[in-house]
Write a protein that binds this ligand. Structure first.
Ligand code: FES
Length: 121
């Protein structure tokens, strides 16, 4: 019996949802000001009819805490880390990158924090 092909999302969005306990000196992506951002991102994707072609994934720390809030956008042969997110930036990323195919370069993490992939030995 042949199994039907399942379509795959065009984009996966990994949104860091790590929060540090109160008093922790290290910053984290989720704090009192940013705790609603994941839901905002999900609602925006839903309202624009993008759930399905885009799969939103809640993750723990992505290792870029000083530049948070961050999210990783993974496409067919591409991956982009967006940093210092706000709801307004998320709207623009959805419209220009996810819908339009053009990454919003000024919101990408600075190059020194996003080098080449580590070699697997
Ligand atoms: S807490 Fe978000 S990248 Fe570390």
């Amino acid at each position: 019996m042949q199994m039907p092909q399942l379509p795959q999302p065009t984009y996966y969005i990994f949104k860091c949802e790590q929060s540090s306990p109160p008093g922790m000196p290290k910053p984290s992506c989720v704090n009192g000001e940013t705790q609603g951002m994941f839901n905002y991102l999900g609602m925006s994707l839903m309202q624009k009819g993008l759930m399905g072609p885009v799969q939103l994934i809640r993750t723990s720390c992505l290792g870029r805490c000083q530049q948070g809030p961050v999210m990783l956008v993974v496409g067919q042969n591409e991956r982009f880390m967006y940093s210092n997110l706000t709801n307004e930036k998320i709207d623009r990323i959805i419209d220009e990158h996810i819908k339009g195919g053009n990454p919003v370069t000024e919101y990408l993490i600075p190059e020194q924090f996003w080098g080449e992939p580590m070699a697997i030995k």
